[in-house]
Ligand binder design. Structure first.
Ligand code: LMR
Length: 334
């Protein structure tokens, strides 16, 4: 081979190595809700910030609305490394074997976002995230959605109005017990299947923060929505631990900064998104929105708070007590 040909070959391979070295690190971020929700917007915000802070060295690809994976599959995909980042609802960690997360599902355990943040930004929240390490998962942050309300095709004023109804729930044993406490029938189902199940009558009703109900158009197939706001729905942003630990330290730090900013953003917009969604439901005019009276609210509390004690052996008394302590919740005062 002539020297010039050899040189051309060497230069070409050096150039392709340089191009390879400049390939961005890709983070696939999969989730199940619409882009137009607190989580959907939080994920897009993170993608933008990650690009900005790493100067293009990291490219976050967001796959929303169950386009890549549904609830159960996304958890498996994360552990296998097929995706690197998720933000499943806190109600979906039980099947992974981390049952303590179901403390967030206990009805009426948080009265407000402020109370909830005492847990998620404090020691209890940190300890809960650390339990994911043994599953090959690193917990990075908590992102808010909001408080769930019941919907159905018949009016809901008192707990008895839900008796015998088939209600869709997320994969949480606490939520299962909560539905049974109303004399209703829990039906566990992936989020992506709920609209059709409501439309075809496979289930009669469900519970959602309004942002999820509205962006999935569930209000088109639910005639009644009662603002029970009986439980919280929020997320843990999680990554594949091996992937995360394998990142260059400077890039990991930039991504941590991007996550911190995204968490602030997502938690700032969560209530507004839910308020706007409620306006949207009202404007659409297909669903009667009912706000329970003080007495009706008290009746729901009376029916549902006993779930706390019933689920003590599953969640762990210590975990429940530490949340009570952080928020000042007193079941005796319910
Ligand atoms: C649900 O399944 O109802 C929610 O967890 C969906 C979500 O991610 O908000």
């Amino acid at each position: 081979m002539k020297l010039s040909a050899l040189l051309v070959g060497v230069v070409a391979s050096v150039m392709s190595m340089a191009a390879y070295a400049q390939q961005p690190i890709v983070i696939k971020f999969s989730h199940v809700v619409s882009a137009d929700t607190p989580k959907g917007k939080g994920a897009e915000f993170f993608a933008k910030k990650a690009d900005e802070l790493t100067k293009g060295k990291v490219k976050v690809e967001v796959y929303g609305n169950s386009t890549l994976y549904k609830d159960k599959e996304e958890m498996e995909a994360l552990q296998l490394g097929a995706v690197q980042m998720l933000a499943p609802s806190l109600a979906k960690f039980g099947p992974l074997g981390v049952k303590e997360f179901e403390v967030f599902d206990l009805p009426y355990i948080f009265d407000s976002y402020d109370q909830l943040h005492k847990v998620t930004t404090g020691d209890v929240g940190k300890q809960l995230l650390s339990k994911l390490e043994a599953k090959g998962i690193r917990g990075l942050a908590y992102w808010d959605n909001g408080f769930k309300s019941f919907s159905a095709n018949t009016p809901i004023k008192m707990p008895a109005d839900l008796k015998g109804k088939k209600l869709r729930i997320q994969s949480s044993k606490v939520l299962e017990e909560q539905i049974r406490a109303l004399g209703a029938l829990p039906q566990q189902m992936a989020f992506s299947e709920v609209y059709q199940a409501l439309q075809t009558g496979v289930v009669d009703g469900t519970e959602n923060p309004v942002s999820n109900l509205y962006t999935q158009k569930m209000h088109e197939v639910q005639k009644h929505l009662t603002m029970t706001e009986h439980g919280y729905l929020g997320y843990a942003v999680i990554v594949n631990k091996k992937f995360w630990d394998g990142l260059p330290a400077d890039i990991r730090k930039q991504l941590e900064d991007a996550m911190e900013q995204s968490t602030r953003y997502a938690n700032q917009i969560a209530k507004i998104e839910n308020d706007n969604a409620l306006e949207g439901v009202k404007k659409a005019g297909k669903t009667a929105v009912y706000v329970p009276t003080k007495e009706e609210r008290a009746a729901f509390k009376k029916a549902l708070v006993p779930v706390h004690q019933k689920m003590e052996s599953r969640i762990g008394k210590e975990t429940i007590q530490s949340v009570y302590k952080a928020t000042g919740f007193d079941p005796a005062k319910m």
